[in-house]
Design a protein around this ligand. Structure first.
Ligand code: FES
Length: 65
């Protein structure tokens, strides 16, 4: 398992928090849909917004296994 690290500093959302928020999602068809789901749970990327691409990358990484 990958080491945990902070993805969104503003909202203190870590890699593991994003992974938890993705729990139950098995399909990787709509990365923006997943992003919205993760954001609704963790509030990531609602501060400065600078982590947006990083969050998308982490979601892709987790969903692609
Ligand atoms: S680092 Fe995520 S909103 Fe600023």
């Amino acid at each position: 398992m990958k080491e945990n690290y902070m993805v969104c500093n503003c909202m203190q959302v870590s890699y593991n928090k994003i992974a938890d928020a993705l729990e139950g999602h098995t399909k990787f068809e709509d990365v923006l849909g997943l992003f919205n789901a993760v954001q609704a749970i963790t509030h990531c990327s609602t501060g400065c917004g600078g982590c947006h691409d990083k969050v998308l990358e982490v979601i892709s990484e987790i969903m692609m296994g």
